[in-house]
Ligand binder design. Sequence first.
Ligand code: XUL
Length: 516
Amino acid sequence: MPLVLGLDASTQSFSALVIDTERGAIVADASVNFGQRLPEYNAPSGYIPDGPAGEVHANPLMWLDALELLLEDLCGLCDLSQIAAISGAGQQHGSVYLNGKWVDRVSMLDANGKLSEQLAQCLARKTSPIWMDTSTGAECAEIAAAVGGNEVVCAKSGSVAIERFTGPQIRRFYKTDPGAYARTERIHLVSSFICSVLCGADAPLDTGDGAGMNLLNVATWNWDVALLEATAPGLKDKLPPVVPGATEVGYLSDFFAEKYGMPAGIPITVFTGDNPSSLVGMGASQPGKVVVSLGTSDTFFAAMPGIVTDPAGCGHVFGNPLGGPMSLQCFINGSLAREEVKGRFGYDWARFTEALESTPAGNEGKLMLPFFRPEISPRLDWIQPVLAGGEAFENWQEPAAAIRACVEGQFINLKQRSAWMQLAPEVIFLTGGASKNDAIAQLAADVFQTKIQRLAVSGSVALGAAMRAANSTLGLDITSLENTFCQPEADSEIRPLASTETYASLDARFAELVTR
Ligand code: XUL
C-alpha cells in the first residue's frame, strides 16, 4: 500500500491529500485554515491586512506552524508510516528571504521543538510579499527600461514586468532595505521554501513556479543574466538552481520521521506553483484541454504545444511541471464581481441562479463589462462596470439581465483575453467554487462553444502534487494516474445549447467597448 502525500501551501490555508496508488483511492484530505487555526498571526485571510502602498505580506513562520498542524491532523486520518513519496505546491510569486544561518539550521532540525522556533532566526526579512502585492509599479518600469522595454522582458521571461512577480518584489526590497538585502543569502519561493524544510536542506525550484518571477528565461528555462542584473546586484548567488518539474530534489528529513512517524529518507519531488500543480491535478497537463478556475480571482490556464506570448502583456507563460510550457491568465474580477452584482439586488445564490436560467443566451444584446475593481486582464483602472443595452438596464433596473450580463461578460472577457494562446480546446475543465453552479457552467459552454466537464475530486493543487510525486518516484504513468484520479463527476458534462451566432455581435461590441 504505497501512499503518496501531496501538499498545497496556498493563500488562505495549507492543505494535503494522501493517495493510495494501488487502490486508486484518496485516503486522507485535510486542510489548516490560517485565520481560524493560527489567529495569533493576525492574518484572518492568510495575509497581513492593510499594508501600506499596496503591500501584501504574510509571515512565513505561520506557514511552518500550519504545516505542523496539518501533519498532526493527517496522523489521525491515515498511517503516515506508509508514505513513500512527497511533492507539493505553493501560492505563486511569494518569496522568503533567508540569511547565512539558513543552510545549517534547516539541516539540524530538532524534533523536540517547533519548526517556526528553530527557523525564525534564519529570516533576513520578517515577512514575505505574496501575489496580492501591487506595490512595485516603479520597479517594474525600472526593470523593463534596463533591458530595453517590456517586449524584451516578455520575450525573455514569458510575461511583461508584473507587480506581483518575484523579481520586481526583490528589487523593491533591495531599494528599500539594502542592508537586509545584503544579509540575504537565499531567496526562496513559497514552494521551494517548504520543500527545503521537508528535505532538511536547501532545495531547487521548478520551471513552473520559477517562471513567475520575471527572472527565468523561458527559452532556456534558466536564469536570465540581463533580467538578474536589471533586478538587483548579486542576485544570481541568492537564488536556488532551477530544475524540471519531474526532478527528485531531496529526502525527507529525520525531523518529520521522529515527530510525525513518516519514513525518514523518502524521496521528495521538487515543489511547483499552485496553478502548474492544478494543471496536473485537473488531468490537463497534455495540450488540448483548458482549465478555467472560478475562484476569488478567475484563472484560465492550459498546457501549450510551444511558446507564444501575449502581445497585450497580460498573460503569462510558465513551465508545465510535466515538460514544455503552460499559459496562464489571471482575472481579478472573479467571484468578487459575481458577489457584487448579487449583493446589489440583495439576492442569494438561488435567486442568482434563477436569474441566469430565466434569461436567454445572448441576453437580448444587453452587455456588461464586469470590472468592479481595477482589472489586470485587460489592464483597466475602473472601479465600476460599464453596462450597455437600454436605459432601464443601464440604470440597474433589470436584475436578471444584469446578473446574466455580468457572467456573460466575464466569459466573453476570458475568451477574448486568452485568444493569444491559440488554443482550440476539445473540453474545458471547470473548477473552483462557482463551477458547481450548472447555470454558470452552461453559460461557459455557450460562450466558448465547447463542452464543459467538472472533476469528481476537489483539491486539484494537492492532487497534482501527489500525482507528480507518484510519477517521478514510483514511476507510475501520468495517463494511468489521470484515468484513476481525474475522472469527471458522473452526469456533470455540459454541452453548448446556444448557436455559434448567438454571441457574435456581443463579442464584437465587448471588444469595441474595452478598447474605448
Ligand atoms: C497566478 C497568481 C495566483 C497565485 C495564488 O499568477 O498570482 O493564482 O498563484 O493562487
